[in-house]
Design a protein around this ligand. Structure first.
Ligand code: B12
Length: 215
């Protein structure tokens, strides 16, 4: 069984979508639980991908391929996983702020978070402060993540935090921000909880925040 998990992780790291899907189906046919396939095969592979990406040994196109492998296999596993199992790390609402249509980085962060066990609600791009507020009320996430790629849309992050405060729900959620022009200094200045410089560090920070909030 361990050998099958290793093969699955290796195929995922190599970005072989069909093979990952086939190996996942083989494992299910052998009677292995979907949760085990996710944890020991797919997430083990994604963990390596995250580490290599962070170390600069893997690049965005490769990571996207791995994320696609994950998605392909998740299509088979999802119906078999109870929601609580699949979303072990909690719900994460993510979106690109109002006026900004860039979504490549956000999508990458979103895929990596899913790979790490978060249930991700992706609101898309051009998301207003009011939409973020509504999403917090509806989905009750542990974390929201805002993405901005334009210097002109960065202030929308601060406005979103202000809107959450005004709605009285700022303390119910941790707030992360990222995107090429965003910095740790900026995140501190606007009163968000964490900055993610890239998808791998976004996942690390999100895990830290969840561990912190669930104590
Ligand atoms: C691709 C691109 C586009 C594409 C977007 C396609 C798409 N679907 O996203 C298109 C062509 C549509 C586009 C349009 C525009 N763009 Co553009 N675009 C880019 C470009 C080349 C790459 C961005 C990208 O995808 N990078 C790759 C991803 C993986 O990196 P990333 O987004 O930084 O994300 C990583 C981290 O930042 C972090 N992260 C990102 N989001 C989040 C969120 C959270 C919560 C966390 C924790 C982490 C995190 O993790 C990600 C993964 O590692 C950049 C140049 C650049 N070097 O950034 C310009 C750039 C961002 N664009 C720019 C501009 C000016 C524009 C336009 C205004 C151009 C125009 N005149 O129309 C429009 C604006 C449209 C709009 N309203 O949004 C400027 C911005 C300048 C500025 N200082 O504001 C840039 C910097 C180019 C430049 N040098 O001039 N663009």
């Amino acid at each position: 069984m361990e050998e099958l998990f290793e093969k699955m992780a290796e195929a995922l790291i190599a970005g072989k979508q069909d093979e990952v899907k086939k190996l996942s189906q083989d494992a299910l046919d052998k009677g292995i639980a979907a949760k085990q396939i996710l944890d020991k095969g797919l997430l083990a592979g994604m963990d390596v991908v995250g580490k290599r990406f962070k170390a600069g040994d893997m690049f965005i196109p490769e990571v996207l391929l791995c994320a696609r492998c994950m998605h392909g296999a998740m299509d088979i596993l999802k119906p078999l996983l109870s929601e609580s199992d699949a979303a072990g790390a909690g719900t994460y609402v993510i979106g690109t702020v109002e006026g900004d249509l860039h979504d490549i980085g956000k999508n990458l962060v979103s895929m990596m978070l899913q790979g790490a066990g978060f249930k991700v609600v992706d609101l898309g791009t051009n998301i207003t402060a009011a939409q973020f507020v509504d999403a917090v009320k509806t989905h009750k996430p542990k974390i929201i993540g805002m993405s901005a790629l334009l210097t002109t849309t960065m202030p929308k992050m601060e406005q979103t935090i202000a809107a959450l405060k005004e709605a009285g729900i700022r303390d119910q959620v941790k707030i992360m921000a990222g995107g090429a022009p965003v910095t740790q200094d900026f995140v501190d200045k606007i009163g968000a909880d964490a900055y993610g410089a890239n998808a791998a560090s976004a996942v690390d920070k999100a895990k830290e925040l969840v561990a912190y909030t669930s104590v």
